[in-house]
Design a protein around this ligand. Structure first.
Ligand SMILES: [Zn+2]
Length: 594
């Protein structure tokens, strides 16, 4: 395992560099002892604003493929920033909630506990989403008069986010503001509480009670609602010859009301009348949603004066539309190529705005993705490679049939969700003692087309030492109580699909397995304290939060990720500042912890 060996060596170098940094800084401060009212020790300056950008489902190779067509913010990140070309999630559960929580906390799912977008709750005997909060005092609330259902918070996230730690460990003046179309992205990036965590639901911007509601979002929701884009059309933005792939993506399943070919009109299901559910699906699958998120982020900077107050502020945007487009049209589509061209322009505008308001070099940006995506199986099959659809309902039937002769409760399987198999209460405990029955279950699972291996929970607990990358990835994803009893590892290029038997698949492709097409994502850093360049050492997106923490001078509890020291400016180049006495933005309460 070259990856492991490299990263050990690399960590040693990082540790040496950090010791050197600390030594240099202490010599510097030592040379300026006896602080007076006028001069105090020089310490590393802090960024005024930390900006986290996540592009949902952006594969790492999109940067290599399409960089030549970008002129805006994505290009600037590569040219002026640090580009980590071999960044990949090391775990198996490559899903949205998991990836965002990993980026935001610097921990793997085995630590932060967000093991999937949704999992089987053994106590409740039902599926729960990663953000669903059963506390009756919590409620989702809408802007511009919207009345959303549900209650979503970060209560299931077992460690604080970087942003929460930043606010807690500094003067408390940090403002935390996040935006996304998805609750599981906006919430995990923010943490348990925030000035604002805003997402999109049923045509409106919404939040929930632990997060603040801000007047400028209300104003924006009223003056620039999504429905104002009704009637617009998404057309190709480059000359036709610039596109890599054919007009129609093979195996694509576009939203209702759209053809397989450009242009894509935002006119709902029928093409006439008022915005309907199909229109909002089209809008979320179009560049217009990315632009709406960018505008909200720019407004937040202006109205809240982010980056200009006492503390380091935190702004995060998760751009969801690449994910919707990828599920519908696949990674080999003109739609993916075009939406990235448009996102590049949005990000160019956002960075220009930050330069103007906060000043180039005063803020630090990281851009990454929560996971990649597998090619549409029917498209991949054309190459002659072994690719296909791993049909989960069929797998479930097979397992039920296999245990039938062994006198188990019926149904024996409570749920198969992604690669996790959950048995009915008591069944797996019994199977563990009943080797003949367990062997029959494992054999039945292995007989399902597309299954490469099956892991048992006890093989994944406590992060066992192993040389197998897949086994290690499964273990990094395992969180006791939430993860399944058995785990399916599909063969490469086999799509896990839960569509009921006899029904047509309602999407093109997906993600969620420990192969590089799902794990490899971009990691780009730019701005305050960042040494530009291309970096080839293997890293993970869990390294982003520790790197932010190092730049802000705080400590994260988890050590799953590490500081990307190679991309930090050396002590001689790093900005130093006169230390100011921290001004607390919070009223000082009684000291209960003397
Ligand atoms: Zn995602």
């Amino acid at each position: 395992m070259a990856r492991r060996t490299n990263s050990v060596g690399h960590r040693t170098i990082s540790a040496l560099f950090l010791s050197a940094l600390i030594f240099t800084l202490s010599s510097l401060t030592g040379a300026q002892t006896r602080p007076s009212a006028a001069t105090s020790p020089r310490v590393p300056a802090k960024p005024k604003l930390v900006v986290l950008l996540v592009v949902d489902q952006m594969r790492g190779d999109y940067v290599d493929k399409f960089l030549g067509q970008w002129t805006g913010g994505l290009k600037r990140l590569v040219e002026e920033g640090a580009w980590f070309r071999d960044a990949a999630f090391p775990y198996a559960a490559t899903e949205t909630c998991v990836g965002h929580a990993t980026i935001s906390t610097g921990a793997f799912p085995a630590t932060h506990g967000m093991v999937a977008n949704a999992w089987w709750d053994r106590k409740e005997q039902k599926m729960v989403t990663c953000t669903a909060d059963p506390d009756p005092s919590v409620k989702n609330t809408g802007y511009a008069g919207a009345t959303p259902k549900g209650a979503d918070t970060a209560w299931r996230m077992a460690v604080p986010s970087f942003a929460e730690e930043l606010k807690f460990q500094t003067s408390g003046a940090t403002r935390i503001v996040t935006f996304s179309l998805k609750a599981r992205a906006a919430i995990t990036m923010a943490g348990h509480k925030a000035a604002a965590a805003t997402w999109f639901d049923g045509g409106a911007w919404v939040t929930s009670s632990p997060y603040g509601t801000l007047p400028f979002i209300e104003e924006q929701a009223k003056s620039h609602p999504a429905k104002a884009d009704f009637g617009k059309t998404w057309s190709l933005s480059l000359p036709e010859s610039a596109y890599w792939y054919g007009e129609k993506a093979l195996g694509a399943v576009p939203p209702d009301g759209w053809d397989l070919t450009f242009p894509h009109p935002l006119r709902g299901k029928t093409g006439v009348g008022e915005p309907d559910g199909a229109f909002y699906e089209q809008w979320a699958s179009s560049p217009y949603a990315d632009t709406a998120l960018t505008e909200l982020a720019e407004k937040a900077v202006d109205v809240l004066n982010l980056g200009k107050a006492a503390g380091t502020d935190f702004l995060a945007v998760s751009y969801s539309s690449v994910d919707y487009v990828g599920h519908e049209f696949g990674p080999r589509s003109r739609e993916i190529q075009d939406i990235l061209v448009r996102l590049d322009k949005d990000l160019g505008n956002l960075f220009a705005h930050l330069d103007e308001k906060i000043g180039r070099g005063n803020y630090v940006v990281a851009l990454s993705a929560d996971h990649g995506v597998v090619p549409i199986p029917e498209d991949m099959q054309k190459t002659g490679a072994d690719a296909g659809v791993l049909h989960l309902p069929e797998l479930q039937e097979r397992i039920e049939k296999a245990v039938e002769p062994f006198n188990y409760a019926k149904p024996a399987v409570a749920r198969i969700s992604g690669s996790d198999i959950y048995f009915a209460p008591g069944v797996y405990d019994k199977l563990q003692q009943d080797h003949a029955a367990l062997q029959v279950v494992l054999d039945a699972a292995l007989a399902q087309p597309g299954v490469a291996a099956v892991y048992r929970a006890e093989e994944l607990r406590d992060r066992p030492a192993t040389q197998s990358p897949a086994h290690r990835a499964m273990a990094f994803s395992y969180f006791p109580g939430r993860s399944g009893d058995l785990f399916i590892l599909p063969k490469p290029y086999w799509l896990l699909d839960g569509t009921p038997t006899g029904k047509q698949r309602s999407y093109g492709t997906g993600h969620g397995v420990p192969y590089n097409y799902d794990q490899h994502v971009p990691v780009l850093l730019m701005g305050f304290g960042i040494q530009p360049g291309q970096y080839f050492q293997p890293i993970t997106p869990a390294d982003i939060a520790p790197t932010f923490a190092a730049l802000c001078g705080i400590t994260l509890s988890s050590r799953d990720g590490h500081v990307l020291a190679e991309a930090l400016k050396r002590p001689a180049e790093a900005p130093l500042t006169q230390q100011a006495r921290p001004k607390s933005a919070l009223p000082s309460g009684p000291n209960t912890n003397p």
